[in-house]
Design a protein. Sequence first.
Length: 539
Amino acid sequence: MALSIIQTGTSLQLLDEDGGRTLLTLPAGITLDDTVKPRWCVYNRNVVLVNTPSQPLAIDSTGTVRILSPKPPRLAPILAGVAGGTLSGSFRVKETFVTLDEFGNILSESDYSPVSTRTAIASQFLGVSNADISPDAITLRRFYRTTDNGAVFFQWVDLDGNVLTTIQDDLADAGLSVFAAPTLGTPPRLTTIAQFRGRLFGSGDTDIDNLRYSEAGIQYAWPADNVIPIPGLGTDQFGIVALAARREALIVGRRNVLSQIVGTGAESGADTDLEPVTISNEVGIESQESTVVFRDVCYFLWKDGVYSVDSSGLTCISDGSQASGLGNVRSWFATDNYFNRDKFNVAFAHIDPDSVTYRLFLCSADSDVIDSWVEYDIEDKVWFGPHKTDLFTPTSAFSRSTASDRRIPLIGGPASVFQKQDTRTDGFNTAIEMDVVGKEHDLDVPDQEKYFGELSMLVTPQTTGILRIETKVGERPQPGATDTRNVMVQHSNLSKPRKRLGRLGKGKHLNMRLVNNNVGEDVKVLGYEVDPVHVLGRR
């Protein structure tokens, strides 16, 4: 069964392929913040959740929610010799907290406790007291010790449960694990998360300029020295805003700098070959939730438009082609006429794989909440929108998997999750309004008077419906000025494939607006014709 995980308010739920939801149980002491966005990453058959939980969480395929890594022991073990054993030497010990699955596999292991003082014993048990108790749900405490007078720690003994505070053992040096104690570390407070090169990468809201990463293949081990400073240190109050993994690079976005992490992730001593490379010192990313990767291309929103990053570099796709004008919607993002640009940081997006569309949700110009969206056709490189709904307030955009692993785009609302359907249907007796304003027609001679003749509408015939057509003929107003042209209103019967309407009149420009806001009336406009059209004085 294909399952998705969603956060609803301050709870987590499993969303199955039929839309059913199951409430998940959070670990004791863990709370979720519903004032910020959850950030997710799939890693080692687990979903890792950050930003909203009070500690990073890992959720497995059964819906079991665990802390990504327990908090480390706070107390150093106290050592002493105990009569009856056979061990001799001088030793040091440190402790971790471990969680195992039902088969004995490690699910998580905390960072190490402070190291004990070196203690010498002669033909005794090495006794440990003051073993710390974890505030988190764990399976056992694990102890590592050195060999006689050694400096390297090896796995020694386990203390089951989370109650007892003493243990003793006289295992000889030769009986210790042949492998040195693993590299561990506590994940920081994380607000972003991504998977790249077999590691988890993330940043937080306290150390905002540095990218932290886990050990390879170990989701719970975050050594303190696994740090990559991201270019632009100290240049703003936001730091790292977004992460997005492409095949050969991890995109790292600040608000004013765009970088990528490259390298294989292979280790050489204590270091890896991972390093940051600056893509742009001018362009950044406004919102993590606007960032998606599709077919190895990263799409995201910045202050003046939507950009893409691929193997060929950085492109502003909302500026469109200067030659053809296709997709040139710069004014959507670079003016205050369409959207609230101060709220770009809360924008979110997803990919519709069926229509191959990047769908971006934004606050309209007079709104502080998400209420509109635009769409970019990735294959045809054309924008559509803005769209708006009064049915509900979109709060998220994501996708789920069907039983056959087909991706279905979803839109989340305050009380419901909405799924795209092939049949266009008005909801709750409220029409999905169509309101389209066309271009200013001027025959490429904008300063001359023209005659605009009879209007004909061409549509796909419907069983019922009326299309309202508002036309303006005259001189187009200057930017910022009021449009004083008279509006002529005509209505076209949508049951006819071609409907001839009246003549439009004289003027330098023609503009048309098409409106339908009636429940249950579908509209598919194929085009319109105006005939004849000519410059006055010409035939």
